[in-house]
Every structure is written in C-alpha cells, then in structure tokens.
Design a protein around this ligand. Structure first.
Ligand SMILES: Nc1ncnc2c1ncn2[C@@H]1O[C@H](COP(=O)(O)OP(=O)(O)OP(=O)(O)O)[C@@H](O)[C@H]1O
Length: 258
C-alpha cells in the first residue's frame, strides 16, 4: 500500500498541499484528479520521494519512504512521469533495460532474465517490434509506451504514473489504462495515477482523490467523487452526469460569462 497522511508542501512561501491524506491499496488503482495547478504532480513527486513533504509521512507498505535507500526505493516503486528524457542516443530495448538497474549489483551486466523482462514489457505495450529503433526517433505516444514498458520491466509492486495517457491516441489511452488496471487486479500492484480525463478516471480507477488548491475536496469511488456538486465549483464548468447501464458519462459545458 502507498499511504500518505497529513501531507503538506510549499514551494517557498506558497502552500501547494494542505494536509492531504491518501491510500492506494494493493489490487487497486487510485486516481488523482483536479484542475491545473491543484497539486497532483507535486503530490505524486512526494509519493516517490523526489520531494520531501513539509509535514506528514509517506508509507510504502509498512516502511516509511524516507527510510529506503535509492536502490530499495527503485525496487519498490516504479514511476512514469511526463519529463521524457531528452535526445538520448539509446535504443528502445536499452531504454527498457534501464528499468532493470535496481536488480543488479553495481555495474552488473544484463542477464538473460533482464532481456526477457524487457522483451515481455515491450510486448505488453505493443512496442516489441520497435526494440532495435532509436528511442529519440519515436513519436510522443510511442515514447510514452516505452517509458511504461521500462516501469513494467522494473517489476516493482508499487506504480506511480503522471498523466500516462498524454500523447496517446484513443486506442492506446484505453489499452494503457486497461494494462494499468490489470497490474492492480492480476498482479496486486498498488497504483496511483494522475489523470485529467475524468471519464477515463471513472472507467479505470477504483478510487479517486479530487484535489483543488492543494486540498482534498472529495475521496471515494468514482460515482461518489465525480458528481456535478463536487466538480462544478472545482472546475468552474457545467457538468452533467449521464447515467448508463452500469456506468456513467460526464458531459461538460462552459459556464456562460457573468
Ligand atoms: N518547481 C516549482 N516551483 C514553484 N512552484 C511550483 C513548482 N512546481 C509547481 N509549482 C506550483 O505548484 C502548484 C501545483 O503544481 P502541480 O504541478 O503539482 O499541479 P498539477 O495539479 O499537477 O497541475 P497540472 O494539472 O497543470 O499538471 C502550481 O500552482 C504550480 O505553479
């Protein structure tokens, strides 16, 4: 489980997170949603130890995050973030093999097991046929899929993703989120994912945390959180919820100018 309690954070004097509590349990996908600047990425960075909270603690299962060294952390948590590496002269297969680094002794060579894990991960994101291509010649969406493969090859049991569907076409938005959900369901991963698309969040997340200005506005299942009453004041846009047989769809309309 990834859990945060009482997490506050400021960049300089500016408070960006204010006593946030969250839990991403094994077997579940927790979605972090909220408008631009609400603190989602900052929260995610705190959950993988790239930023330290001003107050509060992050636990990975029964261990406080700050007690893990870099290798232990990388064996426990894999991360897919927006900052794609610049023009690295790496093949796609090499990029994915980087995910195996935490499993090696210092300066160890890749083993057959590493190669196999990398190939399996590329297969899962539909990129195995591109293994021998240069990473920096891929499209944004293809790069994203390779970075997800790198996280899969890492074989950590906790997974954090920041807008993983950015750059992806509709088919791969669904395929990647389906894959993320299957990692929770079938491999018992604990997963937290930042998503902007609330309909995708409703379809693929088990629980949601709705943030606004660094505070938790609502948390619970998608039907509990994604109500017009919660969303309209936070996004300042009209929201209609269309109930379908066993799900719902959110439709949005810009508010008329006052
Ligand atoms: N390095 C930084 N230095 C100062 N302020 C920052 C920094 N990074 C983010 N912020 C500010 O912190 C607030 C929260 O940013 P954050 O990126 O966590 O929001 P977000 O919800 O992920 O936004 P978005 O949906 O636009 O990606 C914003 O007001 C942002 O301007």
């Amino acid at each position: 489980m990834i859990s945060g309690s009482g997490i506050s954070f400021s960049y300089g004097p500016r408070n960006v997170l204010d006593h946030v509590d969250l839990q991403a349990r094994h077997g579940e996908v927790l979605g972090l949603v909220g408008p631009n600047g609400s603190g989602k990425s900052t929260l995610l960075r705190i959950l993988y130890g790239s930023l330290s909270p001003r107050t509060g603690t992050v636990m990975l299962d029964h261990t406080e995050l700050h007690r893990l060294n870099a290798r232990e952390l990388a064996q426990t948590v894999s991360v897919v973030v927006q900052e794609t590496p610049g023009d690295l002269p790496l093949l796609v297969s090499d990029m994915v093999l980087l995910g195996r680094t935490p499993h090696h002794p210092r300066l160890g060579r890749h083993t057959a097991r590493d190669e196999q894990a990398a190939a399996e991960a590329l297969e899962r994101v539909g990129m195995l046929s591109r293994a021998d291509q240069s990473f920096d010649r891929l499209s944004g969406g293809e790069r994203q899929r390779v970075l997800i493969a790198r996280a899969l090859a890492q074989e950590a049991t906790h997974l954090l993703l920041d807008e993983p569907t950015n750059h992806l076409d509709i088919r791969y938005q669904h395929e990647i989120l389906d894959l993320v959900r299957s990692l929770a369901r079938n491999s018992d991963h604990a997963i937290a994912v930042v998503l902007h698309d609330l309909n995708l969040a409703a379809a693929y997340c088990d629980r949601l945390l709705l943030l606004s200005q660094g505070r938790v506005i609502a948390s619970g299942t998608p039907p509990e959180v994604l109500t017009p009453e919660n969303l309209e004041p936070v996004y300042r846009i009209g929201v209609r919820r269309l109930e379908l047989d066993d799900s719902f769809h959110l439709a949005f309309r810009p508010s008329s100018p006052a």
